[in-house]
Design a protein around this ligand. Sequence first.
Ligand SMILES: Nc1ncnc2c1ncn2[C@@H]1O[C@H](COP(=O)(O)OP(=O)(O)OP(=O)(O)O)[C@@H](O)[C@H]1O
Ligand SMILES: [Mg+2]
Length: 234
Amino acid sequence: MSGDQKEPVLLRFVCRLRGGSQPILAEASDGLRYVVKFANQPQGPNLLFNESIGTELYRRAHLTVPAWRPLRITESFVCQNQSCWLETPDGFEPPQTGLCFGSCHLGSNHIRLYELLSGRGYLRVRNRNDFWIAWLLDVCAFHADNRQAVFCQGLDGKYCGAFIDQGHMFGGPKGEKDMSFAAPAYLDRRIYPSINFEPMEKYSRSITTGFGARHRNSRKNGRRTRRSLDCPIP
Ligand SMILES: Nc1ncnc2c1ncn2[C@@H]1O[C@H](COP(=O)(O)OP(=O)(O)OP(=O)(O)O)[C@@H](O)[C@H]1O
Ligand SMILES: [Mg+2]
């Protein structure tokens, strides 16, 4: 990421979040809250690229994703908020100053967030079909981790799944993982609505019936042809 000092600056540390990249929740100078991932997080050097380009790819595919921005993290933020330092085998390490990745936090007073739903809850997700598209996109983009989403509940009680955590796309944060069909599925398969195979089956029945009729006709014609031509057809 490159920057021209116009990015919002991290101002207030809110809390640490769970996750292998040791993200934090923080408020920036544009007044918004972000889930922040640092350039020197321990998962791998490609993580911030994967997060930003993966999120853009999803957005271009008309899938729901949080808005994201490069954010600036200053020396004074790092010094004043030691609770956001990264845990390493050798002790705590300060986040790298400069640019980091910010995913706009989706919660608000009117929107409740859930990471998991009950079986009945999944039936009230408006965009369940999008999870099939996400799976396809993830397979094509070498996503090496399970698909993650948070569910935003509106005032009507229904949910919208927003796709988060694209850090393991493109072969993972270290770029060494191969394509996998199963890995990028959403862990609770009840999210996937059953596919309606009926039109497909009708289509394939009509093809086979047509093919059968043509095949029978061609055999009859073949017999006629054989007789009329009186030549051996193998
Ligand atoms: N834009 C967002 N809005 C609200 N919550 C979010 C958002 N992005 C992430 N989260 C929350 O932060 C947590 C950590 O985020 P994320 O999964 O991206 O971190 P990670 O370090 O990549 O985790 P992992 O261990 O899966 O690699 C998520 O489980 C989710 O609860
Ligand atoms: Mg995650």
